[in-house]
Design a protein. Structure first.
Length: 144
């Protein structure tokens, strides 16, 4: 067995020290929203999977109590659209489900969009401030 030369062993020790010092920076210290189950009824069929996630630079949090929501892909019925990550205030008594995909036994790809949900699993219409908004009017009612 060959012994390390003195200069090389110092380099290894120094590199190990730097790696150990940076280890806490790699841990996830971002406040995350409370999470929960995605109801099966929320899964929709999509023809192909989304592209890989994008790299994002996370800005400073603006308000105490905010949580970070990662950027995510959304299906608009024709193509995948990217929605940037953001700091947001969680609505009261709600949980967050990030977007997800899964395959049925027959191979069909299913997708569920990211949503804030009430305790029963129903999607909530939530503003960036965490306030629950009234549901948007149906398109037919809006045209009348």
């Amino acid at each position: 067995m060959m012994a390390l030369s003195r200069p090389r062993s110092h380099f290894v020790v120094a590199a190990l020290g730097v790696a150990m010092a940076l280890l806490p920076a790699c841990s996830s210290s971002l406040p995350k929203p409370p999470d929960g189950m995605i109801p099966t009824s929320e899964m929709i069929e999509v023809p192909y999977p989304p592209p890989p996630a994008r790299v994002e630079t996370i800005p400073e949090k603006k308000l105490a109590g905010q949580v970070w929501l990662d950027g995510q892909w959304e299906w608009d019925g024709k193509a995948w659209k990217w929605r940037d990550g953001a700091w947001t205030t969680p609505p009261p008594n709600a949980y967050f489900t990030p977007w997800t995909t899964k395959r049925r036994a027959d191979g069909q790809l299913l997708f569920a969009r990211a949503e804030w949900r009430d305790k029963a699993g129903r999607p909530l219409n939530v503003g960036d401030d965490g306030q629950i908004c009234s549901a948007p009017a149906p398109a037919a009612a809006a045209r009348q």
